[in-house]
Design a protein around this ligand. Structure first.
Ligand code: GLA
Length: 432
């Protein structure tokens, strides 16, 4: 998954620069390569050609972290890195699945047996989508599937949502569900309402079948994003706006640092953060924290009320992050709107500091990546995604990409940490 060199085009593997340590890049495959890989895997395993190949992107979130399950705002972009699913329908209710990333061979699951808790590992995300579609009343049957992906696994870049979304659009097409519509030449989806429904299906798969209590931003990004734009997602009502996001036009680039520090949303920390927010909302008598976030006076009263109760200090810090982070999304979008793109830097920095200090979801590797990027001239840097490992992003001058990556790689080596991997994020098209 790696190569070395100049990363201005996310689909090419750049030339190596010799400074202190080697810098590892994770280039995105172009669509033809990804589709051919999945098709070839399918043919080698099942002995026939698939009915088709569908794909879906991972994401980075620009800002608005741990806000989605609080009815807040988030601002992800779809990555050029995608998961490719070669799929054919079957006449029975058997799902056979194989992945180039999983050395376990072909797995087989009957949809009749696929209930929450019964399917383990990566198969739960795939079978979960079929299960959730059936739960929603769609007549989805068995299928053969082969997966290949250049979305780094476990890097906080939503490889699970990319997997779910690729399966969702495949099943939509194979069963004529009429939800996914098409993606036009400009990289825009034609049926956002249908995709919103598919995103909810994927969230059910992840929450109930895979047991990860995530909030929905990742699935929305993978299915509803638009090429060249950031997706302003309002998680209170599920509405979206597409905000132009063309960093190259401003001489800038978004560097992604995959720290390779392990993270998992099935583990307890993410669930604990979500539970704290729900407890705070319950004490405040509101449905979601969004209800106190949009009005500074209501937010101040809410924090004072929480401070007086049990675990007051902890809940205040959690809620303060959510309230401030929702405001930072607005600040970020305002800067983009005025063309003052580097003006988003302080909001990115404040977001990271709040995630580290108030929300406590950062880790040593993420902090080192962020601190080093800032010290090397990034306009702003922050962790992205759920945290506890995973990836950081840094807004840098286009000409500084390699230098910042080198500095981060050197800092990791000096600290005795596992070598990070780097990518350049350009806002790509959604699943299709
Ligand atoms: C993970 C979850 C998302 C979201 C982020 C934090 O990526 O899957 O739903 O909560 O963490 O913003």
């Amino acid at each position: 998954m790696s190569a070395a060199g100049t990363p201005t085009d996310p689909t090419t593997a750049p030339e190596s620069t010799t400074m202190s340590v080697d810098v590892t890049w994770t280039p995105a495959w172009d669509r033809t390569e990804g589709e051919e890989r999945a098709r070839a895997l399918f043919a080698s395993v099942y002995g026939t050609a698939p009915a088709g190949v569908w794909s879906a992107p991972g994401r980075v979130n620009l800002i608005g972290e741990h806000t989605d399950y609080n009815g807040g705002l988030a601002l992800p972009i779809a990555l050029p890195h995608r998961t490719y699913a070669a799929v054919s329908r079957r006449d029975d209710d058997v799902v056979r699945l194989v992945s180039a990333q999983e050395p376990t061979g072909v797995r087989e699951v009957r949809l009749a047996d696929a209930v929450p808790g019964a399917v383990t590992g990566w198969a739960a995300y795939v079978v979960g989508v079929a299960w959730a579609l059936r739960e929603a009343g769609h007549a989805v049957g068995g299928f053969d599937l082969a997966i290949d992906s250049c979305v780094p696994f476990g890097a906080g870049l939503s490889s699970s949502a990319a997997l779910e979304a690729s399966v969702a659009v495949a099943l939509d097409a194979l069963h004529d569900l009429g939800l996914a519509g098409t993606v036009d030449a400009a990289g825009a989806a034609t049926d956002d309402a249908g995709r919103s429904t598919l995103a909810q299906v994927c969230v059910r798969a992840e929450n109930e079948m895979a047991g990860a209590p995530t909030g929905g931003m990742d699935q929305a990004a993978s299915l509803r994003a638009r090429a060249g734009h950031a997706l302003l997602l309002d998680c209170l009502d599920g509405s979206v706006q597409h905000v132009p996001f063309d960093l190259a036009a401003h001489g800038l680039a978004l560097l992604v640092v995959d720290t390779r520090a392990e993270h998992s949303h099935v583990s307890g920390e993410y669930a604990q953060r979500r539970a704290s927010c729900e407890e705070a909302a319950r004490r405040l008598g509101v449905g979601t924290l969004r209800e106190v976030a949009d009005d500074p006076q209501a937010a101040a009263r809410a924090l004072a009320a929480l401070a007086a109760g049990e675990d007051g200090d902890l809940l205040v810090r959690r809620v303060r992050h959510v309230v401030d982070e929702i405001a930072r999304v607005g600040e970020f979008v305002t800067h983009l709107g005025t063309g003052d793109v580097t003006g988003v830097g302080p909001a990115m920095d404040a977001s990271h500091d709040s995630l580290r200090d108030d929300y406590e979801v950062s880790c040593r590797e993420l902090d080192l990546a962020v601190d080093t990027a800032r010290a090397s001239g990034a306009h702003g840097a922050r962790m992205t995604g759920g945290g506890f490992g995973g990836s950081a992003i840094a807004l840098v001058d286009a000409g500084a990409v390699e230098g910042v990556a080198q500095a981060v790689a050197d800092a990791f080596a000096a600290a005795g940490l596992h070598a990070p991997a780097f990518a350049v994020a350009v806002a790509g098209p959604p699943a299709g």
